[in-house]
Design a protein around this ligand. Structure first.
Ligand code: AMP
Ligand code: ZN
Length: 136
């Protein structure tokens, strides 16, 4: 897509610190990292969210993500990392080209990725469970 920053990176029109590339996937360092080594992994083909990624491509994406998480852990990391994917504006997605974040974690790094917890009202959990199951 013409005005997509990640498509521009894929096309080589914007530079990036590339850590992996094949015919379908690219991974590079996030320019504003949550921690040093924070990587982004994405399908080269433009699509907006997780739901738009074709199953075959998703398979590749997950495998490559594992490969990168492993090499991050063996190099600058220590085996602790968060896998994050923001889908949609309300979830904090800023770049509308589907991508996974791999964020290496270090003891005491003070990153706040954990959320606060809410509570279900009586019966609400079952109601929501049924609603979700209907669309499977
Ligand atoms: P999200 O909020 O999930 O859409 O994340 C978008 C991420 O893309 C942010 O963490 C940005 O720092 C990162 N980003 C934006 N532009 C670039 C770029 N040119 N090179 C590398 N990372 C970028
Ligand atoms: Zn794009």
């Amino acid at each position: 897509m013409e005005d997509c920053v990640f498509c521009k990176i894929v096309a080589g029109k914007i530079p990036c610190a590339k850590v992996y590339e094949d015919d379908f996937i690219i991974s590079f360092l996030d320019i504003m990292p949550a921690n040093r080594g924070h990587c982004l992994v994405l399908p080269k083909m433009h699509c907006e969210t997780f739901l738009d990624i074709a199953d075959k491509e998703l398979e590749n994406l997950v495998k490559v993500t594992k490969k990168i998480a492993k090499s991050l852990s063996l190099s600058i990391g220590n085996g602790s990392f968060n896998l994050v994917m923001n889908n949609g504006a309300a979830a904090g997605q800023v770049v509308n080209h589907a991508h996974l974040h791999i964020i290496p974690r270090f003891k005491g790094d003070r990153l706040r990725i954990k959320w606060s917890h809410k509570k279900y009202e009586d019966g609400e959990m079952e109601e929501i469970q049924q609603k979700i199951r209907k669309f499977m």
